[in-house]
Write a protein that binds this ligand. Structure first.
Ligand SMILES: [Zn+2]
Length: 69
């Protein structure tokens, strides 16, 4: 009864494309670690950005930074 699962929501942290300014959502694999970075393509302009994710225990979610590759 105190389950607080965010079901049916696949929206991970959002990041903004540095090329076109669009916001994208990324999916975090929590098993990889509390700090991770990887390259993801913008869904709008398809340019790759390097995402840097860091777990923020205070907010309970990942903080994400992005920069153009
Ligand atoms: Zn873009």
């Amino acid at each position: 009864m105190s389950s607080r699962k965010k079901s049916r929501r696949n929206d991970g942290p959002a990041w903004q494309c540095g090329a076109c300014g669009e916001w994208n959502a990324t999916t975090v694999d929590g098993s990889v670690g509390r700090r991770q970075s990887y390259v993801e393509d913008c869904q709008v302009c398809c340019r790759p950005s390097v995402l840097t994710l860091q777990w923020d225990p205070e907010s309970g979610e990942y903080a994400v930074g992005s920069e153009l590759e």
